[in-house]
Design a protein around this ligand. Sequence first.
Ligand code: NI
Length: 137
Amino acid sequence: MIYLTRRERFNAAHRMYREEWSDEKNFEVFGKCSNPNWHGHNYELFVTVCGEPDPQTGLLINLKELSRIVRERVIDRLDHKNINLEVPFMQGKIASTENLVITIWEELEAPLQERGIRLYSLKIAESENNIIEYKKE
Ligand code: NI
């Protein structure tokens, strides 16, 4: 089995909070990420797909096509946006990287499948040290 990973970058603002909690309680639970005036991250999204190479081309997938799908479905809708306020697929969800990676999976799975591309895992690095991975099971 071949695993191919494509990296895309986006930057976005967010705030981690529950509306019904006070700023103090939000700070206690979410720390600096609960800042009421938002803050941003330079996110990196790693999309890993898997399968066997095409015997005719020797390639697993068309990388341009993968990049286009990821950009159209995800990056263009997140880049330079406020995740809490401006990203339709994150509405009503806490803007955590955990929720983000699960939601991005839902956005990508079907369009990739339509082109015969199997999604294996998604990883989001919200900083150099914090990386969250998701595999739908
Ligand atoms: Ni944050």
